[in-house]
Design a protein around this ligand. Sequence first.
Ligand code: PMP
Length: 362
Amino acid sequence: MTPVFNFSAGPAVLPREVLLEVQNELLDWHGSGMSVMEMSHRGKEFMQIAAEAEEDLRAVMGIPSNYKVLFLQGGATTQFAMVPMNLLRGRSVVDFVDTGHWSKLAMKELRKFGATPHIVASGEANGYRDIPAEEGWQRNPDAAYLHYTSNETIGGVEFQSTPKTGDVPLVCDMSSNFLSRPVDVSQFGLIYGGAQKNIGPAGLTIVIVREDLLGQAIAGTPTMFDYRIQAEGDSMYNTPPTFAIYVAGLVFKWMQRQGGLKAIEQRNIEKAALLYETIDTSAGFYRCPVDKPYRSRMNVPFMLADASLDEAFIKEAKARNLLQLKGHRALGGMRASIYNAMPLEGVRALTGFMQDFARHNG
Ligand code: PMP
């Protein structure tokens, strides 16, 4: 098999080591004679897998004991609805930071519950090249919570620190930079994200929620969408996405072997720096649309000055086993997603190719 480097935004590259473990254990998990896929979610084998996955995630992220960890389904998109259902708590306004595509979709879903998103700051006027400074945010003191998207997967804009909200619960869509850097969980009311970027296979959605926010879901909330019920049932009110939880658990153990979030962050900084430097020193052949302080370490959008070369770029990259570089249709150009599991070697292969391509076509 030819080794490739996969720059997909998600589902995305997973650690090779983990995939090999999965392969080894696929037919017979730890002498059980069963594949994890075939196990009852209430049997002792899977209960152990799920408990360990939660324990390891708590250890990796330093999740305080007054937070519940939920292993759910439906993707981050379902959380766009579940968060208001559970956290509006009789209020009708939610503070939002508008950083682009995903924050806009979260706002759209909020409106279905008769609530209003109050935009505290928006990058729209600047074409989402930046994130307005927190000092200038126009907050609503009656907001049920403040929602932000810590990393805009399409636009490539990332918060470099956690906003401060005082008594207003802070809610974060962390889908595309989950576990890419240390965060202080105690600053959040709720964190959510789909697993299919830094964590594991699609089909698993992780929610980390402070306990005092549970139990106030709006009337009519479906059972499966009530965080309190999910928490009380240890995310097993119904059949959870067992295989995805198992793989995520292996990824959490891999992260610990990598030295934890601080060490992983260092590698992510190094990879992103190399790629942005290649773009910035290309004498205008490549261009990143995001201002430097806001650039994402996970998703790097870049354009070729001559868009008529886009197709050749993708084709030649593919011939060098550099895959999934086509930008999101909303933005065009290219996008390289360089999640935790992308080795530095992969970024080096990409930047080497980019320099060659610029030389031959510049
Ligand atoms: N939020 C962000 C920041 C995302 O990147 C994505 C998916 N790319 C979503 C939400 C939607 O996630 P899902 O497909 O898991 O519903």
